[in-house]
Design a protein around this ligand. Structure first.
Ligand code: GUN
Length: 279
């Protein structure tokens, strides 16, 4: 089975569009998402454009604030403080990566936790790891929703997460734990990654290494979620060798058309959740 992220994301956006229309009639206001983009990173520019496009498509307000790569850190921090106070803004997202002279941590911690649609603020990270209500980072949330579409009951499944980033690996682990999975987090220093993967009922690959996960790394009937987006001479490929793995896995996400589209849909969902809590 190929897990169709494009279709699932489109269905989710349709649901969200209805929710926005409902909020408009009950609150006489719609959620507003503001994205801050610093510099000219080509991939970031595409992501941000899509975030704005889809937000508008479901009826939300959306704005992108663009700064040149040499903008002073305090300008960005002051803008965030202004947005924190603005009642029309429900969600603030600062696109990463940021130029080196800007302190990512300071930026993330300046965003009001209630408007942190990325779920990167330590308050949200702490709440997620304590099992409390929180904003959940969009990429692992997208992976989780795709996984649940294939398998409703994850109780006792052995999940192997490849990559320990704050963006994906760590929050993904928390989501899997909440579902009563046994989770192994692997990373660049893991001794025998193939052996770890061979034991997995679920593999989440998020390391940025083209076609790392091979067919003989995957147990028959496992579910494989590919977060990788790697530019190669033969085009965009994931962290999973799709041709090989699709022959053994019960289900696998393609790249493109898997996790990618879900990420933006989850961002919109997080923005709506922030709106509800703020209002
Ligand atoms: N850059 C790549 N992915 C992300 C994301 O999920 N959030 C933000 N803010 N920046 C990113």
């Amino acid at each position: 089975m190929i897990i169709d992220g494009k279709k699932t994301a489109a269905e989710l956006r349709e649901e969200l569009k209805k929710k926005v229309a409902e909020l408009k009639s009950t609150h006489n206001a719609v959620p507003g998402l503001t994205v801050i983009l610093v510099g000219e990173d080509p991939a970031s520019k595409i992501y941000v454009k899509n975030k704005e496009k889809f937000a508008k498509e479901i009826g939300m307000n959306s704005e992108v604030i663009r700064y040149p790569a040499n903008v002073e850190e305090k300008v960005v921090l002051n803008k965030i403080k202004e947005l924190n106070e603005d009642k029309k803004i429900s969600g603030i997202l600062v696109q990463l990566p940021l130029p080196k002279h800007i302190d990512k941590r300071k930026v993330i911690e300046t965003i009001l936790p209630g408007k942190d649609v990325d779920g990167f603020h330590p308050v949200n990270v702490g709440n997620l790891s304590s099992g409390y209500d929180s904003s959940i980072p969009c990429t692992p949330l997208g992976c989780y929703l795709l996984l649940k579409k294939v398998e409703k009951n994850l109780n006792g499944k052995h999940a192997v997460v490849i990559g320990r980033s704050n963006l994906n690996g760590k929050p993904m682990t928390q989501l899997l734990l909440k579902e009563n999975c046994t989770v192994t987090i692997t990373h660049s220093k893991t001794k025998d990654l193939k052996a770890e993967c061979n034991r997995a009922d679920i593999i989440i690959a998020a390391v940025g290494r083209p076609k790392l996960v091979k067919g003989n790394w995957v147990k028959k009937g496992a579910i494989v979620i590919d977060v990788g987006i790697n530019k190669t001479d033969s085009g965009i490929v994931g962290d999973v060798d799709f041709d090989e793995v699709s022959k053994v896995a019960k289900a696998v996400t393609p790249v493109p058309g898997g996790v990618g589209p879900m990420t933006i849909a989850c961002l919109l969902s997080n923005t709506i959740e922030c709106f509800k809590k703020l209002n």
